[in-house]
Design a binder for this molecule. Structure first.
Ligand code: SF4
Ligand code: SF4
Length: 237
């Protein structure tokens, strides 16, 4: 059986900034309001989010026999300016680096599993929240106490058991709502479970399937993605 202390130590050794381990079980609708988001049609034409909804909610359907989800955080520098290209895209493509670090972590721990980084029907941020690495902010991104939301995430789903599992952190968003006010398009739900109407989000038009934005929406000066809600967040200062 693995210990969470040894996993975290190994994760830091291969280059991650933080690591937590969650028991592989279904996420609740409160933790991940995917079904309500789909019911509202706030996924726009991101049809793939509907196709594997059950797997997104339960990693045991993605990796049969899964017992643990090892979640890893890699922080990146906050943007030095606003507008243009969103912060996450200003650096080299993180997917390959995170995947390589996840494989190095499996090798170091001597375990088998499947490594994910934004590449399969598993929600990196909701699993990181379950693993106690932060909470899902009102803008729907993971907010970590130390690096705010300027983080990339990856996880290993494995049949290995761990000696203990993390509990989710309580949300520290309270009644802040600064990200809601910062969004020029009203894309962020002001109350209830954190949700974004992607049809009103700049990133939807500039990253997923680049296309013209409706005339009533503003790109806020961004040509790829958008950081405005993150820049407003007190945890990112
Ligand atoms: S990324 Fe930009 S457009 Fe999308 S929700 Fe945040 S502030 Fe609004
Ligand atoms: S700006 Fe405020 S409400 Fe939005 S994610 Fe940050 S702390 Fe939460």
């Amino acid at each position: 059986m693995l210990t969470t202390a040894s996993i975290k130590q190994a994760a830091l050794a291969v280059g991650f900034d933080d690591c937590g381990v969650a028991a592989a079980a279904a996420l609740s609708d409160e933790e991940y309001p995917l079904r309500e988001w789909l019911r509202r049609g706030w996924n726009g034409d991101l049809d793939y989010m509907e196709r594997n909804a059950d797997k997104r909610m339960d990693p045991r359907l993605l990796v049969p026999g899964a017992r643990s989800v090892i979640c890893c955080v890699s922080a990146y520098p906050p943007p030095s300016s606003r507008g243009g290209v969103a912060a996450y895209a200003r650096h080299r493509d993180y997917h390959k680096d995170i995947k390589a670090m996840l494989f190095a972590l499996m090798q170091k721990l001597g375990i088998e599993g499947r490594a994910f980084c934004d590449t399969a029907p598993i929600s990196d941020k909701h699993w990181a929240a379950r693993a106690g690495l932060g909470w899902i902010g009102r803008h729907t991104l993971l907010v970590t106490p130390h690096w705010g939301s300027w983080v990339n995430l990856g996880e290993i789903v494995t049949a290995e058991e761990c000696d203990s599992y993390a509990s989710p952190l309580p949300s520290s968003c309270t009644s802040c709502n600064l990200c809601v006010e910062a969004c020029r398009n009203g894309a962020i739900a002001a109350e209830g479970a954190p949700m974004i109407d992607v049809r009103r989000c700049t990133a939807y038009y500039t990253t997923h399937h680049p296309r013209p934005m409706p005339a009533d929406l503003s790109d806020g000066g961004y040509s790829l993605g958008c950081d405005l809600c993150q820049l407003a967040c007190p945890f990112n200062r």
